[in-house]
Design a protein around this ligand. Sequence first.
Ligand code: TMO
Length: 313
Amino acid sequence: MTLRSITCVAAISAAYATSAFSADSSDPITIPIHNWSSQIVMSHVVGQIFEGMGNNVEFVTTDSQAVYESVRLGDVTLELEVWEGAFGASFRTALENGGLHDAGDHDAVTREDWWYPMWTKDACPGLPSWEALNDCAAIFATAETGSKGRYLDGPVDWLKHGQERVAALGMNFQVVNAGSAAALWAEIGAAEAEKKPVVVFNWTPNFAEAVWPGEFVEFPVWVDGCDSDPSVGPNPDAAHDCGNPATGYLKKAAWDGMKDKWPAAYDTLTKISFTNPQIAEMAKFVDVDEMEPEEAAEAWLEANESTWKAWVN
Ligand code: TMO
């Protein structure tokens, strides 16, 4: 053991001796990893913070909707990126069933929805209105979608209701699910040279906003219940007849048992709050700079010590 780590252990022990916390369990804190870069990097950032506090951490790759049931049951300990648009419904269901709770909001304000790179507007000047987009459906048609416009949605585990929105609003579009986030970036990249109009799923905060200027399509404004109650939204007979929240939350969720089993890590979790630029940068490290997620997490921690040290008791 180096002198530095001895001093560090002593300092941590002293902190526990004088704090109200009992020591965290030596069982691993299980952090779920999904299929978009900021979530993977953020999970490693927080995992490395927990390890620095003396905890054991393990990562598991899980489905991003089913994870709320896993947190509720304590199979995984927490979720660091609860995006309102994609996961609000699964999060609310798990909350109602019990076993998981809201561990606080990040500073970040989020949006996830149909999006186009700005050159698309040259071919469809009425954008960003969804009605204008629908009037332009033919310019988005492909061999795969016939006379309908093609909308490349995210992987199926992010949002399950793209085709229902198309039906509820009577749109002349066909929803195609991308196999991965990388397929979305490839679609935009491939369209760029010829300035081909495309409409794809995208979100903010993300690296993409610094690479491709663009806009979200403006659908009927989100109202609570629009995803479950047909009477909410412009179509009285269908749910999913509005856009995702334009100023959505980004929450942390925790298994109810976390605060007793790992009280110090839990205290840190409640204090953690990332901003839009911090999250966009985490994605950029991987998607633009091609760093490994663990390496990106180390770089982030090194550059942002004053931010994360304030979260550690
Ligand atoms: C879940 N996501 C942030 C990719 O929209």
